[in-house]
Design a protein around this ligand. Structure first.
Ligand code: NAP
Length: 284
């Protein structure tokens, strides 16, 4: 079997065109959607992510503001800026790029963002609402994966799904979104005794670990859908995921590549969440 490659770039392009149309409609009514991006410190990976997010806003008709602070910024000053952004009517979404410098409590910062502007979906109010089934925002990466299932008509109801990883930003919300759609979900992590025992029975495996070759061809059943969230570097410094793509593509039914899979979807869903926030604000 040769797997169908799930093309995150193509799906992103399609969804971003929809975002641009919705942004133009809001702008025509005097409600241009706006995203505030806040970066503290000079982590090079964060700088790339932030640049890509701002460019995605510009390319699709969203307004963006960019606050860039040195690593020495105090927690109190960051909280003060978030308070201003919470009250700024031009801003519908606030994104504070993580990780923050060690002297700043990121939990406190996330909780300071107004839940209706928490486009990352990390605020405890939105995380709790995801648990009870009515979130204002779904966290961007797992939300993007759900769009992939929808686009490729991968059945979720009654499917057996394994999520590898239990972080608050990927693994846990991914499991909840799959559960919401009727999948039977198992969450595996670093303490799981026999990972292959779980993955071999699964119709869907989502790997969100941050380690290469966590999933290999002998660990899945033929025809399974494999979603690779991981972003790692191989021995030559090339971007790669968590799964052994070369081996798995001959066994899986569907598989996401790295790069060009989940990665582009994350920023796209950030735009979608910002548009949804702007539409809600415009209707209020
Ligand atoms: P994280 O917070 O470090 O969580 C990693 C999870 O993997 C933890 O739950 C950990 O278990 C589990 N784990 C570690 N080793 C394992 C093993 N050998 N077997 C099974 N589970 C294991 O990472 P994250 O923030 O969720 O991100 C995961 C990966 O996705 C990273 O590579 C990150 O760069 C990438 N990512 C990509 C995107 C994108 O847009 N493509 C977005 C976000 C993240 P414990 O809880 O027991 O420690």
């Amino acid at each position: 079997m040769t797997a169908t490659i799930i093309d995150g770039n193509a799906l992103s392009k399609k969804l971003r065109a929809e975002v641009a149309t919705r942004a133009a409609a809001l702008t025509a009514r005097g409600h241009q959607p706006g995203l505030a991006v806040v970066l503290v410190g000079d982590n090079p990976a964060s700088e790339v992510y932030v640049r890509n997010k701002i460019k995605a806003c510009e390319d699709n008709g969203l307004y963006s503001s960019y606050d860039r602070y040195p690593a020495s910024l105090s927690e109190a000053d960051l909280l003060k800026r978030i308070d201003e952004l919470n009250r700024d009517p031009k801003i519908n979404g606030i994104l504070v790029q993580l990780p923050l410098p060690k002297h700043i409590d990121s939990h406190k910062v996330i909780e300071a963002i107004a839940p209706e502007k928490d486009v990352d979906g990390f605020h405890v109010a939105n995380a709790g609402a995801l648990m009870t089934g009515q979130p204002l925002f779904r966290p961007c990466t797992p939300y993007g994966v759900m769009k992939m299932f929808e686009e490729y008509k991968i059945p979720l109801e009654g499917a057996s799904a394994v999520v590898i990883g239990r972080s608050n930003i990927v693994g846990k919300p991914m499991a909840l979104l799959l559960l919401e759609k009727g999948a039977t979900v198992t969450i595996c992590h670093s303490k799981t005794r026999d990972l292959a025992k779980h993955t071999r029975d699964a119709d869907i495996v989502v790997a969100a670990v941050g380690k290469r070759n966590v999933l290999t061809a002998d660990m899945i059943k033929p025809g399974a859908t494999v979603i690779d969230v991981g972003m790692n570097r191989d021995d030559n410094g090339k971007l790669c995921g968590d799964v052994d793509f070369a081996g798995l593509k001959d066994v899986a039914g569907f598989i996401t590549p790295v790069p060009g899979g989940v990665g582009p979807m994350t920023i796209t869903m950030l735009l979608v969440n910002t548009i949804e926030a702007a539409e809600r604000a415009a209707a209020a």
